[in-house]
Design a protein around this ligand. Structure first.
Ligand SMILES: NC(=O)c1ccc[n+]([C@@H]2O[C@H](COP(=O)([O-])OP(=O)(O)OC[C@H]3O[C@@H](n4cnc5c(N)ncnc54)[C@H](O)[C@@H]3O)[C@@H](O)[C@H]2O)c1
Length: 265
């Protein structure tokens, strides 16, 4: 049996309809886990789940869940545990970005970014916790960012929220340690997804309006990454799957960079 065998397990992936979350859900299913995708749009979540079920033959379902809604999240986790027979893994992946200089950063965008990227991680952790305690085993993988370790200009809310995720990771790992629950933060550098593509126009403006969108993306992301190559979502998904195995039981409370060397300088 491979050390990567997750058969008989159930994984909840927030923001799993596309990008890194979809890749994590797919890799967990390839390792044998059943999958519950929580995302804003229930149809998109169900569509992503159906693709996983088709490719892997593992049970996968999609649900409309906004991670900012604590009560809804808790109810949905209870429903998934009932339907799937428990919850073993949570990948806290849902996240958004907004880019603007700190002096012009709108208050409502601060609230938007921090409520999804930090509060949502807390709410989902709280919602799955009793299910993992019941099983005396659990894996929580928080998709933080290299911006949980270092800062970049024009991303104050994102950098603050992602640093907060690493603090929450450490705090919950200490509580989970004797309960068989590990909690880790995965810190990707630039992964080519909609979240990155969506920043292009704002970055062009922030750099004074003279660069093309591709030049602005390269300046914002690839200059800082020694490998000078965007990361594939699947690489991050495979790391998430590994962290959910029994082989990773002694890895807890730690930020793990997958950032092409970004945080090494
Ligand atoms: N792309 C990168 O370079 C990169 C780097 C480091 C960290 N990250 C982090 O990885 C995670 C995924 O990013 P991505 O690049 O795949 O983004 P993406 O925009 O491609 O996907 C994000 C997903 O989250 C969902 N989502 C947004 N708000 C939500 C909410 N309130 N409730 C539930 N779901 C919600 C979206 O609908 C979408 O499916 C984020 O936490 C992001 O901060 C991304």
């Amino acid at each position: 049996m491979s050390f990567l065998d997750l058969s008989g397990r159930t994984s909840v992936v927030t923001g799993g309809s596309r990008g890194i979350g979809a890749a994590a859900a797919m890799e967990l299913a390839r390792a044998g886990s059943a999958i519950a995708i929580f995302d804003l749009d229930g149809d998109e979540a169900s569509h992503a789940a159906a693709a996983i079920e088709r490719e892997t033959g593992r049970k996968a379902r999609g649900y409309a869940v906004d991670v900012r809604k604590s009560v809804l999240l808790a109810g949905m986790c209870d429903a998934v545990a009932q339907d799937f027979g428990g919850i073993d893994h949570l990948v806290n992946n849902a996240g958004v970005q907004f880019v603007a200089p700190v002096a012009d950063f709108p208050d409502d965008k601060w609230e938007f970014v921090t409520s999804i990227n930090l509060d949502g991680v807390f709410y989902a952790t709280k919602a799955v916790w009793p299910h993992m305690v019941a099983r005396k085993r659990g894996r929580i993988v928080n998709i933080a960012s290299v911006h949980g370790l270092v800062a970049s200009p024009y991303k104050p809310a994102y950098v603050a929220a992602k640093h907060g995720v690493i603090g929450l990771t450490r705090a919950s790992a200490l509580e989970g340690a004797e309960l068989g629950i590990t909690v880790n933060a995965v810190c990707p550098g630039a992964v080519m997804t909609d979240l990155i593509r969506g920043q292009a126009a704002q970055l062009v403006q922030s750099y004074g309006g003279k660069l093309t969108e591709d030049e602005a993306l390269a300046r914002a992301f690839l200059e800082a990454m020694p490998t000078k190559t965007f990361i594939d979502p699947q690489e991050v998904g495979q790391l998430c799957a590994y962290l959910c195995t029994d082989a990773a039981r002694s890895i807890t409370g730690t930020p793990i960079a997958i950032d092409g060397g970004w945080s090494a300088h």
